[in-house]
Design a protein around this ligand. Structure first.
Ligand SMILES: [Fe+2]
Length: 281
């Protein structure tokens, strides 16, 4: 399987950090942007994005494709996404295994699905049609979930692996989402990571979440927690050199704290590379 080249360690590009990034040109290998924030022709957001694109590789990450919805695919949305991609030339385009609305109503949330053969057929068909339209492989992310369905016929990781194979898409493994969903539903996050096909994964997401004791919510407003760092190391050992980045969307810290998290990511990567070099010697 041909995969895009790894980009290194990146961050989510957020307006609160624009000035600092432009002024300091920090050692971030690449940035991921939320596609919908730039899908307006002209204007400041797009002008800013083009400035960053001149200096850094960019990945486009969407939250509105609604791949699992039973509404028709929104080809207006896909057309705008394709136009943005033609302008920015991202390394890839990603979205989620989720639905965001139905009957024309957008609920602005990534909602869960039952893991059934019927929903698998449905999602595979929609990913295939999106890929045909965009004329590129889509990268699809596991979302965090807070409810599960009695109708489910398979584990989430079986669904994701089968979906990727049948749709011939690539995968974004959100390590924090695996941990959050594993805690909420009582499955083993390590088993999830060990079950995802290595040849499909091109990106990791890392993020912090809120621990409400009985359940955890994927809020992206905290530093990455220790358990998720442990899973990151497991994922890095299994998937090798995969582009990784940190998502921070609220309770924004000084930019230097995000750079510290990136340094920790790089240290884990370097440790594994050194171990492998010693093992090969
Ligand atoms: Fe994510």
């Amino acid at each position: 399987m041909e995969k895009p080249a790894p980009l290194g360690c990146g961050l989510g590009l957020r307006p609160v950090y624009y000035d600092e990034i432009l002024a300091t040109r920090p050692p971030v290998d690449w940035f991921e942007v939320i596609s919908e924030n730039y899908m307006i022709p002209g204007g400041r957001p797009l002008a800013m994005l083009e400035r960053f694109r001149a200096d850094y590789p960019i990945v486009m990450h969407g939250v509105s494709m609604s791949l699992a919805s039973t509404d028709p695919l929104d080809f207006d949305y896909l057309r705008h996404l394709k136009e943005l991609a033609a302008r920015i030339e991202p390394a890839w385009i990603s979205d989620h295994v989720a639905w965001t609305g139905v009957h024309g109503i957008n609920l602005h949330d990534l909602l869960p699905i039952p893991y059934t053969k019927e929903s698998l057929d449905h999602v595979v068909d929609r990913i295939s049609r999106v890929q045909d339209f965009l004329k590129r492989r889509l990268v699809v992310e596991n979302a965090s979930t807070y409810v599960s369905f009695e109708q489910s016929e398979m584990d989430e990781w079986t669904f994701v692996a089968e979906m990727a194979k049948r749709a011939d898409c690539l995968l974004l493994l959100d390590v924090n989402n695996v941990f959050v969903s594993g805690f909420n539903h009582g499955f083993d996050a390590a088993r999830f990571i060990d079950s995802v096909p290595v040849e499909r994964v091109v990106q990791f997401h890392m993020a912090g979440h809120t621990d409400n004791e009985t359940h955890r919510i994927d809020t992206h407003d905290q530093p990455v927690c220790e358990e998720v760092w442990t899973l990151y190391e497991q994922a890095r050992r299994r998937f090798g050199n995969v582009s990784a980045m940190i998502e921070r969307d609220d309770n924004f810290p000084p930019f230097s704290e995000l750079l510290d998290e990136l340094a920790r990511m790089r240290a884990i990567d370097a440790k594994i590379v050194a171990e492998r070099a010693r093992g090969a010697a």
